[in-house]
Design a binder for this molecule. Structure first.
Ligand code: GLC
Ligand code: CA
Length: 541
């Protein structure tokens, strides 16, 4: 089978604001990224997904765009962007742009016009509705708390915002809106970008009047039109952020025959520590059995009719090593365990900045330390509902998005080498131990485990194409699966527990062909296998 480049690639996500500051203003920028490309080349990644770098008032840190064809002043200029694309290309790294087109900023020219009145030609670029019985049109809620409808005094109508008030939703039913988006995408494609990550793309087919938001009836029609009008003739990676996707829905997006996207981000595993029917803030302990069930389902159900992505982290999620691993006694072991387990599955792995050195969540004690609009809005809402401060802060420490957004930890100098100025968000105090320099100096570091995994994928088609089989005859805390390809079988074993555990699987025999491991190990005897806390390895049978 001839692979597409994105089927063998590993993608690295950069949150530019927190990656590397080059001019001492405390905010990461494009020149900063350029200075770190050699580091990323050393890691071995094939593409960078760049969180938004466009002009933005930063109500939601760049996910509220006021000009899609200009660079955010704090991040640099279009010349810097061109240089980044070119410098990355020299190292065989493609730049994937974040495409945020469910909404714009309220400071986008289109919305400024739209707001001017019912007769403005841009009025219909957004979703405006009359009041119903003097109230908001319906009960749609914003993902960032409160109603999704904001009243505009001047025109006496409400506009829809599924995120913050400063992120009005575009009206995708309007052909001119779609044409503007296609033109903008073509502008970036002509610059030579390697593709798009599509922000909350499952929402563009919404029917607000019926309170339908995700997976609306015209969603796939729009995506087919997008493919045809923009990237269809380019060899690029496209990935949709699709919160409610099931395997069947994922096939609609990513079956190559349908000419939509390369792959989706599915979030089913990410929601497993959330209480049924409650918010992301209402957590429960992870069941490893559930995780096995969900990940295995996604491994086996797409077949040749779709493509998976693989991830634990992004800029919206807490750090996996703190969330489901152990960020103290078994920091290194558990970080590597998550890497080994995920990177040997089928699909395209994504690494979020800092994951490859085991960066952890960063605790706060007061809301004044928080930058993220989602956490701040939730804090206000829950306080009003009678939750205690302690409870709310605890849930922010567990799930808040700032956990992933603290500055990248490069070295043990002041501010972790991220900036010479005052960082826009505090640096995690553990940077003295957890940083890139320390990782590069230690042959057994988390960094080298990721590097080795990326190389294994490049060298072994079994990782890209092999069949996946879950091994069920193991204790709950052990996640074990096989990959099988052209007569070869690999076994991947991961202990999720902070206790040693024994497994007995005599039918798998014995092997000395260890491919990767997070403890020193030269052989495996499956009839009598003792796993150390968070131990993980892969072995050729
Ligand atoms: C996506 C982004 C998130 C953003 C939201 C609104 O979920 O990943 O960071 O706040 O969309 O654009
Ligand atoms: Ca800067």
């Amino acid at each position: 089978m001839k692979a597409k480049w994105w089927q063998t690639a590993v993608v690295y996500q950069i949150y530019p604001r927190s990656f590397q500051d080059s001019n001492g203003d405390g905010i990461g920028d494009l020149q900063g990224i350029i200075t770190r490309l050699d580091y990323l080349e050393n890691l071995g990644i094939s593409a960078i997904w760049l969180s938004p770098v466009y002009q933005s008032p930063n109500d939601d840190n760049g996910y509220d765009i006021s000009d899609y064809q200009n660079i955010m002043t704090e991040f640099g200029t279009m010349e810097d962007m061109d240089e980044l694309i070119k410098q990355a290309e020299k190292r065989n790294i493609k730049i994937i742009m974040d495409l945020v087109v469910n909404h714009t900023s309220d400071e986008h020219q289109w919305f400024i016009e739209s707001r001017k009145g019912k007769d403005n030609p841009y009025r219909d670029y957004y979703i405006w509705r009359d009041p119903v019985n003097g109230r908001k049109p319906n009960d749609l809620r914003s993902i960032f708390s409160g109603s999704a409808w904001e009243f505009d005094e001047e025109s006496g109508q409400y506009y829809l915002h599924l995120f913050s008030k400063k992120q009005p939703d575009l009206n995708w039913e309007n052909e001119s809106v779609r044409q503007e988006v296609w033109d903008m995408m073509n502008f970036w494609l002509e610059k030579g970008v390697g593709g798009f990550r599509m922000d909350v793309i499952d929402l563009i087919g919404k029917i607000p009047d019926q309170e339908i938001t995700g997976n609306g009836p015209k969603l796939h029609e729009y995506l087919q039109e997008m493919n045809e009008k923009t990237f269809g003739n380019y060899d690029v990676l496209t990935v949709g952020e699709t919160w409610g996707a099931t395997p069947e829905i994922a096939k609609l997006y990513s079956n190559p025959k349908r000419k939509e996207l390369s792959m989706v981000f599915q979030f089913e595993h990410i929601g497993l520590d959330q209480q049924e029917g409650k918010d992301k803030w209402d957590t429960k302990p992870l069941s490893v059995n559930e995780l096995k069930k969900v990940l295995s389902k996604w491994q086996t159900s797409l077949g040749n009719e779709g493509w998976n992505s693989l991830f634990w982290n992004n800029h919206d999620l807490p750090r996996i090593v703190s969330r489901w691993g152990n960020d103290t006694t078994y920091h290194k072991e558990s970080a590597k365990m998550f890497a080994i387990l995920l990177h040997l599955m089928k699909g395209t792995p994504y690494i979020y900045q800092g994951e490859e050195i085991g960066m952890t969540n960063c605790k706060i004690t007061d809301i004044s330390e928080v930058n993220d609009i989602e956490s701040i809005n939730m804090y206000k809402e829950r306080l009003a509902q009678g939750y205690s401060k302690e409870e709310i802060i605890d849930s922010i420490n567990k799930k808040g998005r700032d956990n992933a957004r603290t500055p990248m930890q490069w070295d043990n100098s002041e501010n972790a080498g991220f900036t010479t100025g005052t960082p826009w968000l505090r640096v995690n105090p553990n940077y003295k131990e957890i940083n890139v320099t320390a990782n590069l100096a230690d042959a057994n570091s988390i960094f080298y485990c990721y590097k080795q995994l990326i190389q294994l994928r490049k060298d072994n088609p079994i990782i890209v194409w092999g069949d996946y089989v879950l091994v069920e005859e193991v204790p709950e805390q052990v996640f074990m699966y096989l990959r099988k390809f052209e007569g070869e079988t690999w076994a991947v074993v991961a202990n999720f527990g902070d206790q040693a555990v024994a497994i007995q699987l005599p039918e798998f025999g014995q092997s000395t062909r260890i491919l990767i491991a997070n403890y020193p190990r030269s052989s495996v005897e499956f009839s009598q296998l003792e796993l150390k806390p968070y131990e993980a390895f892969a072995v050729k049978l």
